[in-house]
Design a protein around this ligand. Structure first.
Ligand code: AMP
Length: 279
């Protein structure tokens, strides 16, 4: 496995793979890899002849007061995980290599404005721009994204359709810790007390899901049940709790498929997201 920092070097390798008729899978990440990322890489390795994992803490998807500087980084551990999972390349560019003097961005309206877009108004422009660039650099057959970032997955699918990228987008299920907390690079910010408190996210979602299984059809009631469960935790502060249509991300009044029930919650200073989808 190789660590590549340079776009032209990566392109030359991929050109050779293409000459040999090999298929290519891409797993875009911000690094500090965990089992959630590994599940995407494992699937990519199964479904493609060659796999590129991008490992880039993308500055343009962070807001001015967010955690770009403190975001955890460990390229050596990431390389070990990718190597053991059978990836062929980690693409780990510097920000200058990716952006240089760029003046172009990719912006999407509507579905980027609700949910995480409310508190992170520039986030999805950063995501769409960097993912477009990665798609153009790697030209993968398939790209792998986690349902953990459900709005992001929805936005990427729409971008691929709107801009005619000839790439299959594969969504992969959320990988959780044994006690239910969704795995996230940001979990490292949590102190032991906050780590316990963070369980309110998965617990509240589980409760909401069970009420739906029991026959509750009123979306506002489900949102209320989830919100009240989170509010029982003193360290938690809700950013949003929403039940939306998973195609257009518009709020639902009646629970119907495809449903995305998504939440963002601050535990202390750490903002965590989680969700469940019923398709
Ligand atoms: P990140 O490095 O956090 O930007 O995540 C890179 C990719 O890994 C995204 O497509 C995420 O949705 C996915 N991912 C992150 N955490 C998980 C998880 N716990 N389970 C499944 N996929 C995940």
């Amino acid at each position: 496995m190789q660590i590549i920092k340079n776009i032209s070097e990566l392109r030359a390798i991929i050109k050779n793979w293409r000459k040999d008729g090999l298929s290519v899978g891409l797993v875009p990440t911000m690094g500090y890899l965990h089992e959630g990322h590994k599940s995407l890489i494992d699937r990519a390795v199964k479904e493609n002849d060659r796999v590129v994992v991008s490992d880039f803490v993308n500055p343009t998807q962070f807001g001015p007061n967010e955690d770009f500087e403190s975001y955890p980084r460990d390229i050596n551990a990431d390389a070990a995980l990718c190597e053991s999972a059978g990836a062929d390349i980690i693409f780990n560019p510097e920000a200058e290599e990716m952006y240089d003097d760029a003046l172009t961005t990719v912006n999407m309206t509507d579905i980027t404005e609700g949910l995480c877009g409310k508190t992170r108004p520039t986030h999805f422009s950063g995501v769409c721009t960097v993912v477009s660039k990665l798609f153009n650099i790697v030209t993968p057959d398939r790209a792998y994204f986690g349902q953990k970032d459900a709005q992001q997955l929805c936005v990427i699918r729409k971008m691929v359709k709107d801009l005619n990228f000839d790439i299959e987008i594969i969504g992969c299920p959320i990988v959780r810790e044994g006690d239910g907390l969704a795995k996230s690079s940001r979990n490292t910010y949590l102190n032991p007390e906050e780590r316990k408190a963070a369980l309110c996210l998965s617990r509240a979602l589980q409760l909401g899901k069970s009420k739906i299984s029991d026959g509750e059809e009123n979306a506002d009631k489900i949102v209320k049940i989830i919100s009240e469960e989170i509010q029982k935790e003193p360290l938690a502060k809700i950013d949003y709790v929403e039940a939306v249509n998973y195609n257009n991300l518009k709020p639902l009044s009646k629970i119907e498929k495809p449903l995305l029930c998504a939440i963002a919650v601050y535990i202390g200073k750490t903002r965590l997201i989680d969700n469940f989808i019923i398709e």
